[in-house]
Design a protein around this ligand. Structure first.
Ligand SMILES: Cc1cc2nc3c(=O)[nH]c(=O)nc-3n(C[C@H](O)[C@H](O)[C@H](O)COP(=O)(O)OP(=O)(O)OC[C@H]3O[C@@H](n4cnc5c(N)ncnc54)[C@H](O)[C@@H]3O)c2cc1C
Length: 405
């Protein structure tokens, strides 16, 4: 049986294992975090393509989460100024993780298993782990995210800061006043202050009844431009620790949260300020672009965010990870190992085209989130039409007619 070793046990790593299973490859997944992963990134916008990828790998046919039928833009006075019909399902990172994990063999999912290096041993690419363990496999899949410590063996590009951060939070619907609940809870809702974007959508709440209206949570995100000085200062914690790319929520200095709330009073409607004020734990995430020129080196591939990370406006990170793995499965189906490299090269060509496209498109979608007051904001309709939409709705998406070949 052919065997793959997968580094990273999040979305990409799990999709890879699930798809390889379908073509009778053996696999092992190595995740550095020592507990089952939880709660990352909260809300995830989904499309028919993502639901199809999950169904194809796991057989899971139920809805992936909560749904909205319309998108709206609010002005400062809480009035709906623009509306667009666009039915869409929103899930949570946790929900998808659980579905994908439930279908892999737990004996092959190793937690607390950090890979620190890939070296040639007797001319064979070998994974070296922190524990001292060494592994060789027919195929090595690097799926360890935007900050990968090992992907440079395939591609040396580094993430570039996009010039803005996303502040984010979750609020129980049951904690909202009736006016705010009625105004936003059924919608994918936007506010567009000059050079900024605020958005909300409902995601599952906790427990069995978490998908019921009133028991869900509202996920919010506020994209705001920052100077390099502000960026450094946001990433310096209460303990004076300087974090590199992201800061644990308990370390975010109170002054930044206070300033966020004050700015909200000036720029956002009262319903949205209520969300911010009722959020128990506000998080901040700097936004980056990452491209790569290569996804293959010999029998090593990179997939998911460690290959391409697009800004979140396209909302395609998880879907892209799924297609990296779906296409990989198609390329590996029925091949002999001596043809592996050729198959991977063809896979790489297709995946690079899509990755480049998504990074460029997401950059263009976020062009106005910049410290430049002279920028003319896009029309509401454009933001509603383009943000986190299905590939079906993106005219120039590469290979669009041949996604599931
Ligand atoms: C603000 C924001 C909003 C987003 N919204 C959406 C959305 O609506 N829809 C969507 O599809 N996507 C969205 N995304 C993107 C999505 O979250 C990512 O694309 C997705 O999580 C990438 O998965 P991944 O497995 O490639 O990487 P990651 O999720 O980063 O996982 C990498 C894993 O590798 C592990 N690891 C790291 N190094 C090692 C090592 N050396 N050894 C072993 N394990 C290691 C890590 O612990 C981690 O578990 C959003 C992202 C952001 C920032």
């Amino acid at each position: 049986m052919k065997k793959a070793a997968i580094i990273g046990g999040s979305m990409s790593g799990l999709f890879a294992a699930n798809f390889l299973k379908q073509i009778n490859w053996d696999y092992s997944i190595h995740e550095m975090v020592s507990e089952p992963l939880s709660g990352r990134g909260a809300g995830i916008a989904t499309y028919d393509e993502l639901a199809a990828l999950v169904r194809l790998t796991t057989g899971y046919k139920r809805s992936l989460g909560t749904s909205c039928n319309e998108r709206i833009v609010l002005d400062k006075q809480n009035s709906v100024v623009t509306k667009m019909k666009y039915p869409q399902v929103f899930t949570s990172w946790q929900y998808l993780y659980d579905v994908l994990l439930s279908n892999v063999d737990k004996k092959k999912y190793f937690l607390g298993d950090e890979c620190i290096q890939i070296l040639k041993k007797d001319n064979i690419n070998t994974l070296i782990f922190k524990s001292g363990k060494e592994i060789q496999a027919d195929l090595i899949i690097i799926a360890n995210g935007i900050r990968s410590n090992i992907k440079k063996i395939v591609d040396e590009n580094e993430p570039e800061f996009a010039g803005y951060v996303g502040w984010r939070g979750l609020v129980n619907e049951s904690d909202l006043t009736k006016d705010t609940f009625d105004l936003i809870s059924d919608y994918f809702c936007f506010v567009l202050p000059q050079n900024q974007q605020f958005l909300t959508y409902p995601v599952a709440g906790v427990g069995d009844k978490g998908l019921e209206k009133g028991k869900r949570r509202i996920n919010w995100l506020w994209y705001k431009p920052v100077s390099m000085n502000e960026y450094n200062s946001i990433l310096t914690g209460k303990s004076n620790t300087k974090y590199q790319h992201g800061i644990p929520p308990h370390e975010i200095k109170d002054e930044f949260i206070d300033n966020l709330k004050k700015e909200g009073q000036i720029k956002l409607p009262s319903s949205i300020n209520e969300l911010i004020n009722k959020t128990e734990q506000i998080l901040v995430q700097p936004i980056y672009d990452l491209k790569c020129n290569k996804m293959v080196n010999e029998n090593i591939v990179i997939i998911g965010d460690c290959a391409f990370t697009a800004r979140p406006h396209a909302g395609m990170g998880v879907t892209k990870a799924g297609f990296d793995c779906y296409d990989l499965m198609k390329s590996l189906e029925n091949i002999k190992l001596e043809n592996l490299n050729n198959a991977l090269k063809l896979w790489e060509q297709k995946r690079i085209k899509e990755g480049m496209f998504l990074v460029k498109r997401s950059r263009e979608m976020g062009f106005y989130i910049k410290k430049d007051e002279s920028i003319i904001m896009p029309r509401d309709e454009i933001v509603l039409n383009e943000t986190a939409v299905s590939i079906k709705k993106i005219n120039d998406y590469p290979n669009k007619s041949n996604l599931f070949n």
